[in-house]
Design a protein around this ligand. Structure first.
Ligand SMILES: *[C@@H]1O[C@H](CO)[C@@H](O)[C@H](O)[C@H]1NC(C)=O
Ligand SMILES: *[C@@H]1O[C@H](CO)[C@@H](O)[C@H](O)[C@H]1NC(C)=O
Ligand SMILES: *[C@@H]1O[C@H](CO)[C@@H](O)[C@H](O)[C@H]1NC(C)=O
Ligand SMILES: *[C@@H]1O[C@H](CO)[C@@H](O)[C@H](O)[C@H]1NC(C)=O
Ligand SMILES: *[C@@H]1O[C@H](CO)[C@@H](O)[C@H](O)[C@H]1NC(C)=O
Length: 249
């Protein structure tokens, strides 16, 4: 559930402190969270920074390249990831009369590419790009009970999307009528779709004390400053800003 960029920027703060020989690191929780909670200071050791050494040399060059979703309506998924999130259709392989596999990607593998790339160019770079999305689609699937992560916790939690401006992204989602699970400024308190997607909803525990504690803990990494949206199947997409706003660890 923790924001990856938050961790990255927090880690660089920690690295700086370590370089300067400072012991420990305290993040001051946001005081102005509209969730009304999140005012308690986190314990100094709430975050553990990884200390793994070098990766096994045999894994040099390994990289996670795409993420795949089973979709219930390929047209709707292509429209959302394409028109709203700006991904481009790379290809659809129709493997049988009803079953297809589709890839979409941001130009230049999402690495701040501003230039247009054709589907053929994106496809040529496919294995050297990151952050692509794949759809598995079975038209007329008999399984009508595939349940989205926002409705029922499952092994998939959410997708992370980086944008230059969160405020602009929120406006865009509103314009397109995208389901917004969590507006910027709100905590997760009482938002069941967020609770399910992040694995602490009523299916997981009935302990409200634990839930309130962890919702408060989310503010230590600036959770309320994230934007939460849903794709057409109800998959949760956590939207973060490239340069985290003030108060986000
Ligand atoms: C958080 O705020 C809500 C609403 O203001 C309140 O009901 C709840 O008890 C608070 N939780 C904690 C842990 O302070
Ligand atoms: C699939 O999505 C498209 C685009 O949103 C919509 O026009 C169409 O009605 C949907 N099909 C079904 C079977 O829901
Ligand atoms: C993208 O790259 C250009 C050129 O290096 C830079 O000016 C711009 O700030 C970058 N944009 C983002 C969102 O990183
Ligand atoms: C789908 O789930 C509902 C509720 O759990 C159940 O009643 C129904 O029988 C399921 N349908 C199929 C086709 O599995
Ligand atoms: C609920 O969670 C809190 C915090 O972890 C714990 O102290 C308490 O014992 C739990 N209550 C129950 C009934 O398990």
């Amino acid at each position: 559930m923790v924001a990856i960029t938050s961790i990255a920027s927090y880690c660089s703060v920690v690295a700086l402190l370590i370089i300067q020989g400072t012991q420990g690191c305290i993040i001051h929780a946001r005081q102005d969270s509209s969730s009304g909670n999140g005012t308690a200071l986190p314990p100094a050791d709430f975050m553990t920074i990884g200390t793994d050494g070098l990766a096994p040399p045999e894994t040099l060059g390994y990289a996670i390249n795409h993420f795949s979703l089973i979709v219930s309506n390929l047209t709707a998924s292509k429209e959302f990831y394409g028109n709203v999130l700006g991904m481009r259709h790379m290809f659809t392989a129709q493997l049988s009369p009803h079953y297809s596999v589709t890839y979409m990607g941001h130009a230049h593998g999402g690495r701040n590419g501003t230039g247009y790339q054709t589907g053929a160019e994106l496809l040529r770079e496919k294995n050297n790009a990151n952050g692509m999305i794949e759809f598995q689609y079975f038209a007329g699937s008999a399984d009508v009970n595939i349940t989205a992560t926002t409705r029922r916790p499952n092994t998939f939690s959410h997708i992370g999307l980086i944008v230059p401006s969160l405020a602009d992204a929120e406006k865009r989602m509103l314009q397109y009528g995208v389901t917004i699970s969590k507006r910027i400024g709100l905590g997760a308190q009482g938002i069941e779709s967020v609770e399910n997607a992040f694995g602490f909803g009523p299916y997981v525990t009935t302990n409200e004390t634990e839930r309130e504690l962890l919702i408060q803990g989310q503010e230590w990494v600036g959770f309320s400053q994230l934007l939460g949206i849903e794709d057409p199947d109800g998959n949760f997409i956590e939207v973060q800003q490239l340069v985290p706003p003030p108060g986000v660890a």
